[in-house]
Write a protein that binds this ligand. Structure first.
Ligand code: HEC
Ligand code: HEC
Ligand code: HEC
Ligand code: HEC
Ligand code: HEC
Ligand code: HEC
Ligand code: HEC
Ligand code: HEC
Ligand code: HEC
Ligand code: HEC
Length: 308
């Protein structure tokens, strides 16, 4: 199964793969023996058939001749370092092995992948998973032969279940009576979050643009704007995942509106007056504010959002 390769001699004679990666790169953070050179992935798989078999049929397959862009550093050696001494030594010489790579911190593990996936790497910084201890291989166990903590996306019926295998605290919200139907596949987590991070709108910070991409009809402008929704976060009234109240509301009924609209006149004895209108009678049957003021996000016909 394992045999030493005369191929190496040829490769080094041609000068293939002898350039070391720059010092700011992933490999630049390691120290190598001065005489270690790059031998090429083809030489590795002569002895490590298991690793090669793992990648067969994937974009990381050895026979695709993968290299770190801009260098001649081959797929296997992109992570394991220059392997010529290891190859000539029949497996005894220098290689970055399990101990070296297993000791990498989160940033180091991510850098292993982003030396090739530079665009994903640019987005990663500031995203939801940077600093979480989760690295690329944890979500892409089908693309990395050293395993991850999570099952890859293709093991699940839908993308939400893939995310929820770790985010178990969120599962209950997506089963509430009012919810975004992620478990049913109507929306996916990625509509509002980017696992790779990056875009400002996906690194949720109260911007409404994520919501308005789908709920465009609520964006306005309206003839009669409601100052209670313009300039507010959607999430000040709605829970994005799910709620036990209708329409994903953070709380039911009139408290939602009265947190801004409460007036001194709105109290049993003095009558329930709001904006000069007595609401005594109209609130009698446990009506909610938005049963009447129906277009709470703004209206083109009614200054009091009553759609009439
Ligand atoms: C001549 C056969 C041979 C070739 C060629 C070879 N290896 Fe190895 N390799 C071995 C043997 C033998 C071991 C030690 C036993 C084991 O763990 O499988 C080993 C171990 C390793 C380890 C684990 C080291 C550790 O300490 O965890 C890595 C990583 C590795 N090889 C990578 C490579 C890479 C990358 C190449 C190509 C540049 C390569 N090998 C080429 C035979 C070979
Ligand atoms: C994206 C980085 C990366 C690439 C590409 C890569 N490896 Fe690895 N390899 C690792 C890491 C990380 C470990 C495991 C370290 C640990 O145990 O935590 C590992 C472990 C190994 C081991 C020792 C454990 C085992 O499975 O026997 C061998 C041998 C090995 N790799 C060979 C290869 C070969 C051959 C290739 C090319 C076909 C290759 N690797 C490509 C990162 C990589
Ligand atoms: C030596 C360069 C290189 C390294 C290192 C590398 N990749 Fe890739 N990877 C590629 C190329 C090239 C493709 C195919 C084009 C693309 O999708 O960008 C690819 C494709 C992928 C894909 C898409 C798979 C598919 O089926 O479409 C995933 C996921 C991926 N890589 C994850 C990783 C992860 C995770 C790591 C680190 C453990 C990693 N890659 C390390 C070069 C690399
Ligand atoms: C929290 C989980 C998670 C993490 C962490 C993660 N990814 Fe992904 N990645 C995904 C999902 C989900 C997809 C969508 C495709 C799929 O179904 O696998 C994806 C897709 C990809 C693809 C295919 C092309 C694309 O962009 O759609 C590449 C390449 C990739 N990821 C690389 C990486 C790299 C490199 C890292 C680390 C910097 C990383 N991923 C970290 C979940 C993750
Ligand atoms: C391998 C486990 C794992 C997978 C799979 C995973 N995550 Fe995470 N995620 C974490 C960890 C750990 C954190 C940081 C701790 C926390 O806040 O829960 C995190 C954080 C987050 C955060 C930020 C939470 C906050 O409090 O700010 C979001 C958003 C997120 N993940 C979304 C996703 C999405 C969307 C997916 C699917 C594409 C996904 N995650 C898949 C483990 C995972
Ligand atoms: C409709 C958009 C949307 C969808 C779909 C969505 N999220 Fe979120 N998610 C958000 C928003 C907005 C926040 C921030 C909540 C806040 O700050 O009040 C959030 C917060 C989170 C958090 C941080 C913890 C928390 O509850 O505040 C995690 C983790 C998370 N989402 C994971 C997921 C996962 C996993 C999925 C898919 C099953 C998903 N999200 C689907 C919009 C969404
Ligand atoms: C990917 C598209 C998409 C995004 C992004 C999105 N939604 Fe939705 N939303 C939907 C769909 C689809 C429904 C179900 C509509 C239906 O059944 O008529 C829905 C329903 C709702 C409902 C009504 C729920 C009910 O019980 O009737 C509210 C409220 C809502 N979304 C608020 C938000 C908020 C707030 C955001 C941003 C955090 C957001 N949506 C982002 C697609 C989206
Ligand atoms: C964040 C505070 C806030 C919340 C919450 C809020 N509003 Fe408003 N609302 C305002 C402001 C500010 C105005 C502008 C008129 C004013 O100064 O009273 C307004 C105006 C109105 C008007 C009358 C239009 C006018 O010009 O007088 C109605 C009716 C109304 N809101 C109903 C509601 C209903 C129903 C709810 C609950 C779904 C609600 N509001 C929640 C702040 C809020
Ligand atoms: C002041 C509180 C408030 C804010 C802020 C708010 N909403 Fe609402 N929203 C409501 C109420 C109350 C309902 C229920 C109306 C009903 O049942 O007739 C509702 C209903 C909805 C619905 C269900 C469909 C419909 O028109 O009835 C969607 C979708 C929705 N809101 C999206 C959003 C989005 C997106 C944002 C941010 C741009 C947002 N909301 C901001 C209070 C608010
Ligand atoms: C049964 C229907 C009904 C319900 C329920 C209701 N209102 Fe009204 N509201 C009205 C009517 C009718 C007016 C008079 C103005 C008009 O014709 O639109 C009014 C007027 C107002 C005004 C003054 C608008 C102006 O003229 O400047 C405010 C503010 C207001 N309501 C807020 C609320 C709030 C907050 C609630 C919940 C606590 C609520 N309303 C519940 C029907 C209702």
């Amino acid at each position: 199964m394992r045999r030493a390769l005369p191929l190496l001699v040829l490769l080094t004679a041609l000068g293939v793969g002898t350039a070391l990666a720059g010092s700011d790169s992933y490999l630049g953070s390691f120290t190598f023996p001065a005489d270690a050179a790059y031998a090429g992935s083809a030489s590795c798989v002569e002895c490590h058939e298991d690793a090669a078999a793992f990648y067969a049929g994937s974009p990381h397959a050895v026979d695709l001749g993968l290299a770190v862009p801009g260098t001649a550093v081959s797929g296997c050696e992109a992570c394991h370092g220059p392997g010529s001494l290891h190859v000539t030594g029949g497996g005894d010489g220098f290689i970055l092995g399990a101990a070296d790579l297993g000791a990498l911190d989160e940033d180091g593990k991510v850098a292993m992948c982003t030396q090739c996936h530079a665009t994903t790497g640019d987005h990663w910084t500031g995203g939801p998973h940077q600093g979480s201890g989760v690295g690329c291989a944890d979500c892409h166990a089908d693309q990395a032969h050293f395993g991850g903590t999570a099952l890859p996306a293709r093991e699940f019926r839908n993308p939400a279940e893939f995310c929820l295998q770790c985010h178990t605290d969120q599962v209950a919200d997506f089963r509430l009576p009012s919810r975004h139907r992620a478990l049913e596949g109507q929306v996916v987590c990625g509509d509002c979050h980017d696992a790779h991070g990056g875009f400002a709108e996906l690194d949720w910070n109260g911007q409404n643009s994520v919501c308005l991409r789908c709920h465009a009809e609520l964006a306005g402008p309206f003839v009669f704007e409601h100052d209670g929704t313009t300039g507010e976060d959607c999430t000040s009234c709605h829970r994005p995942h799910g709620s036990s109240h209708d329409k994903l509301l953070v709380q039911d009924g009139n408290t939602l509106c009265l947190q801004c609209h409460f007036e001194a006149g709105f109290s049993g004895d003095g009558g329930w007056t709001l904006g000069g209108t007595a609401h005594d009678g109209i609130l009698a049957n446990e009506a909610r504010c938005y049963d009447c003021h129906i277009d709470v996000h703004g209206s083109n016909v009614s200054p009091t959002f009553r759609n009439q």
